[in-house]
Design a protein. Structure first.
Length: 31
């Protein structure tokens, strides 16, 4: 079983990854 702390870290990583991908997409269009 996963602890709440580990699940929180996973959710944060997913959120950061999404933010990072969105930032890359925006940079492509900011030319």
């Amino acid at each position: 079983m996963r602890s709440k702390k580990n699940m929180g870290l996973e959710n944060t990583a997913k959120r950061l990854n999404i933010d990072y991908v969105n930032r890359l997409d925006q940079e492509e269009y900011d030319v």
